[in-house]
Design a protein around this ligand. Structure first.
Ligand SMILES: CC(C)(COP(=O)(O)OP(=O)(O)OC[C@H]1O[C@@H](n2cnc3c(N)ncnc32)[C@H](O)[C@@H]1OP(=O)(O)O)[C@@H](O)C(=O)NCCC(=O)NCCS
Length: 139
């Protein structure tokens, strides 16, 4: 077990036919979308704000993902700034066909805490998500 996978994943998802191309492998963009969600789950552990993704570093896909694979997104906070945090995400797929676990990719996201006007705010400031409960129940 690597350091990345010692904690439970932030997100685990089974890939469905709607996520796949005509060859039965999963679109890279689907994995990118889940990276974003996993990043948000990590960010909200630090503070309950509106978080936006400002940057996703280069992502290399090392193995394909297939329909029926259970894909796990393991997150950790690598760096904290004033309004931003950098999150590392390690992605593994458990094959439906064999049960084998394969390393799919890893990524680094930078997320910024913002106010209702979408301007950066220090993430260590008191939670602001509740203030917006009327117009924001999801990220
Ligand atoms: C995120 C956003 C509010 C930042 O605005 P900005 O004017 O660049 O703000 P700042 O220059 O004050 O930077 C804010 C923080 O983001 C960091 N940052 C800005 N651009 C960055 C980049 N390209 N990569 C990494 N970090 C970045 C800064 O270093 C700073 O971090 P710190 O406060 O921890 O030191 C603005 O760029 C934005 O709204 N982007 C769109 C976000 C979005 O909608 N994402 C989803 C796309 S569909």
């Amino acid at each position: 077990m690597s350091d990345d996978t010692k904690q439970p994943p932030a997100l685990r998802v089974v890939m469905m036919p709607r996520d796949a191309n005509v060859y039965g492998t999963i679109f890279g963009g689907v994995i990118l979308s889940y990276l974003d969600q996993a990043g948000f789950i990590e960010a909200r552990k630090l503070a309950l704000h509106r978080w936006v993704t400002v940057s996703i570093e280069k992502v290399d896909f090392r193995a394909p993902v297939f329909i029926g694979d259970a894909v796990s997104f393991y997150t950790s906070t690598e760096h904290t700034g004033t309004t931003s945090i950098k999150i590392r995400i390690h992605v593994e797929a458990d094959r439906l066909s064999s049960g084998e676990t394969v390393h799919v990719t890893e990524a680094r996201l930078t997320m910024v805490a913002v106010n209702q006007e979408c301007r950066p705010i220090p993430f260590a400031s008191p939670p602001t998500a509740g203030i917006e409960a009327g117009d924001m129940t999801e990220a």
